[in-house]
Write a protein that binds this ligand. Sequence first.
Ligand SMILES: [Zn+2]
Length: 145
Amino acid sequence: MCTSNTKTCACGSASADFAYRDDVMPDSVVEKLFCPRCSSGAEFDSGSMIRDNGWVIKYDMDVATFSASRVTRKEVTPEWLFDEGYCTWQGVHPGDMAESAREREELIQLSAINPRKYFEEFRKWGIHRMERLAREGWRKANVAA
Ligand SMILES: [Zn+2]
């Protein structure tokens, strides 16, 4: 099971949806979030932060290490938290939930008119979407590719 929640960045101009694989990490593992606008003001610390296309997540590594002891004996790193899904974007990027819901909505209207075309378009949509996100440089799209 995964829970998700929305967090606002340090400057308050953007928000991101987070997902927590198997609920291993508590919500408080995200110490701070920086959007592309406010991330330049944050001093980057690779021991507790991860960058993704201009966004920066700062983790509380004490909380992370404590919580991770239930599932791993390895040293806990920001990359592990993000790439293994224990605290990462819900979807591929911070605004993915709203974006994919909107795009899907358009496709669903097609399903009522032409179901066969809908399935074809839906399949293409999934592929093209990942290609576009990988091109844009999102970490999860590139890990999957
Ligand atoms: Zn911001």
